[in-house]
Each structure stands twice: as C-alpha cells, then as structure tokens.
Design a protein. Structure first.
Length: 365
C-alpha cells in the first residue's frame, strides 16, 4: 500500500478542509489508546467487512478509515491501493463531524469537494457515503464506500451501511478484548507481543535504545490468602494505574498474567529504566489503598537492555527478561532465608523497598 500525497495550495484552490471536532483532544486520545493506527493492514476481520460493503453496494472502493491529527489512515481498503491520505482532503474528516451517515451524491457538484484532488485525480471520487465509527462516544473514523459515478442511497441502503458500521465497531471492541487484560485494562501477553514487536522494529531502524522492565509482586499469593482475592485484585489494578501514570504514551505496558507486569521502555537505557522503577516505587508508597495492616506492597524487578544482535524478535527479548526475573526471585529467596532479621516486625516487603531488588539487579546484570 502507498501513501497518497496531494498538493493543495489554499491561495489558489477553493478546497474547504473539514472542520475540527469540538472534542478533538479527547477523540485523538481515544484513537491512540486503541493502538489501531499503523497496525497490520491485512486484517481478515476488517477486510471481510470492507469486501462485504463493496459487494452489497456494488461500488469499486470501500474503506475503514481512521483519522489522526493530519491524515486519514486505512485499516482496511479495497479498490484503492494507498494506505493513507492527508486529512485536509478527506471526505471522512467531514463525516466524523456528525452522527448520521454522511452522503455526497456528486462531488463535482458540491462546493466542498469539486476541486478536491481526490475528485480531480485518483481515485476520481464522485459518490461518497460514510458512517462514523464511535468508540466510547468518540468518533475515531468511518466505514465508507466510494463510486466514480454520481449516485445516491435509499433509506434501506443507508440503514444497511449503518448496520455494517456497527459491525465494524463490534470488531474493534472484540479486537480490544483479545489483546487487553480485563482486570487492569493493560495489554495482555498477546497484545504486548504484537504492539511491542512494532515498536522494536521501529527502534531498530532508528538505532533507538530500548529496555524491558519485568515486574513481579512479592509474596502475592500469601497476600491473597491473608486478605482475600478482592483485595488482591485491587492491588493489581492500583499497581497497573501507578505504572501507567509513570510511563509515557510511547511505552508498551502489559500484564503478562497473575502478578507479573512488563514495560517496553522506548528510548530508554538501563539507567533510565532504573529511574522509572524508582518512580513506580515512590508512586506506590504515596498511593492510598495500597497498604494493608501497615505492610507496603512491593515488587521484584529485572531490567533487560535490547541488543539487536541478540534479540531478533520481541519474543527473545521477553524470554531474556523472564529468565532474569526468575533468577532474581531465586537469589531473593536465598538472601532472605540466610539473613537474620534485626527486627522481627520488619516484613519482606519492607526489605524489598529498602533496596534489595537493586542489589540483585547489579549481581545479575
């Protein structure tokens, strides 16, 4: 798929770019949170729906279009061999301004589009119909159909297009369920592997440092037995929130299962990753509801620096991080078994917060 570049001179042309929605900041935040932009475009689930729309309406082009700040990017596109176009020339940018189907029977006779590069040149749009795709009350894009001759839709056809848009929304929701941990809202293992691999490839091309942070709650099984599963779930949710608060949008944060969490830190060295660990610890110490009977919630951690010559894929980097985590846990247990506590009321979590993990990290680094 190619990127379509169009030349538009506002001083020369009368093209009217779409207005900006009132909720643009929140709309973009929701769009980014879905992690769909720049994901794989050969998705059979979305492609099935665009092919269906093209057959039902007998049009040459059908697309699932997502709109970020400056472009419309096609998650699925049949009949038009490009991956994105500028948002300023997009019909979909107009469609997301309303809640109903947006229909342009003849673009050449419409003052908003008659001089649009997509009308005067490829793909020679004459007819357009698009339905906004809404996720959590934010319009992230459209399901749209395009023809190269003027036409319109009757009421039944409009309802069919709306129904197909609802199916696309359901597909987005099911995709999120497949890659998200339902308890914490973080990516799950499957989601992490997919998103982190994309990030790793980009960082490799740009020679950007990457570090993998692997976290494991200390004595979480005992905590669950003592305080109950609901209290344990609350700890996991709060820990996930603290990690998200500390990390950047570009980082990939996931719950791998049980009490294990992982963060792919983009443009971060080992030393910078240790700073992130310190910030998470500080956030935990300040968070209300993360202490029970005076015992702070603590974790062990391992940091693995990405090495292109060693880690060809995210799976290999994750395996190294997991192995390091296991070694740290073993050393931790030996250390605590051999050590004579100076104060019987000091918990293992207290000792962990005092810097035990950092010492193990140095020994295993």
């Amino acid at each position: 798929m190619l990127v379509l570049s169009t030349r538009h001179d506002p001083e020369r042309d009368r093209l009217k770019p779409p207005e900006t929605p009132d909720d643009e900041r929140l709309r973009l935040a929701k769009l980014r949170s879905l992690r769909l932009l720049d994901s794989a475009q050969d998705d059979p689930h979305f492609d099935r729906l665009t092919r269906m729309a093209r057959r039902i309406f007998k049009v040459p082009i059908s697309m699932v279009s997502l709109l970020d700040e400056s472009r419309q990017w096609f998650k699925s596109c049949v009949g038009f061999e490009v991956s994105e176009t500028p948002r300023t020339v997009s019909f979909c940018g107009h469609a997301i301004l309303g809640s109903d189907a947006f229909i342009v029977p003849d673009a050449l006779g419409d003052e908003r589009f008659h001089d649009n590069p997509l009308v005067l040149g490829e793909p020679h749009v004459r007819f357009y119909a698009g339905c906004p795709l809404t996720v959590d009350n934010r319009k992230i894009g459209t399901l749209c159909i395009v023809d190269q001759v003027p036409r319109t839709l009757d009421e039944d056809q409009i309802e069919i297009l709306k129904d197909l848009a609802k199916v696309v929304e359901q597909e987005i929701a099911s995709t999120l369920l497949a890659i998200r941990d339902q308890l914490t809202g973080l990516e799950n293992r499957r989601g992490f592997l997919a998103l982190a691999q994309q990030s790793l490839q980009l960082c490799t091309r740009q020679a950007t440092p990457v570090s993998l942070l692997y976290l494991d709650l200390d004595d979480f099984q005992s905590f669950n037995q003592l305080h109950g599963r609901q209290a344990g779930d609350d700890v996991l949710i709060n820990l996930a929130d603290r990690i998200k608060d500390v990390c950047r949008d570009s980082d990939v944060v996931a719950r791998m299962g049980g009490d294990e969490f992982v963060v792919l830190l983009i443009n971060a060295t080992r030393e910078q990753a240790e700073i992130v660990v310190d910030r998470i610890k500080k956030a935990l110490s300040q968070a209300h509801g993360l202490t029970n009977n005076g015992y702070p919630i603590a974790f062990s951690f391992g940091i693995t620096a990405y090495q292109p010559e060693r880690h060809e894929t995210i799976v290999e980097l994750l395996a190294d991080g997991e192995a390091l985590m296991e070694e740290i846990k073993k050393l931790r247990n030996h250390y605590l078994d051999d050590r004579e506590p100076t104060d019987p009321v000091v918990s293992e979590a207290d000792r962990a917060l005092a810097g035990f993990n950092s010492k193990l990290q140095e020994r295993t680094g």
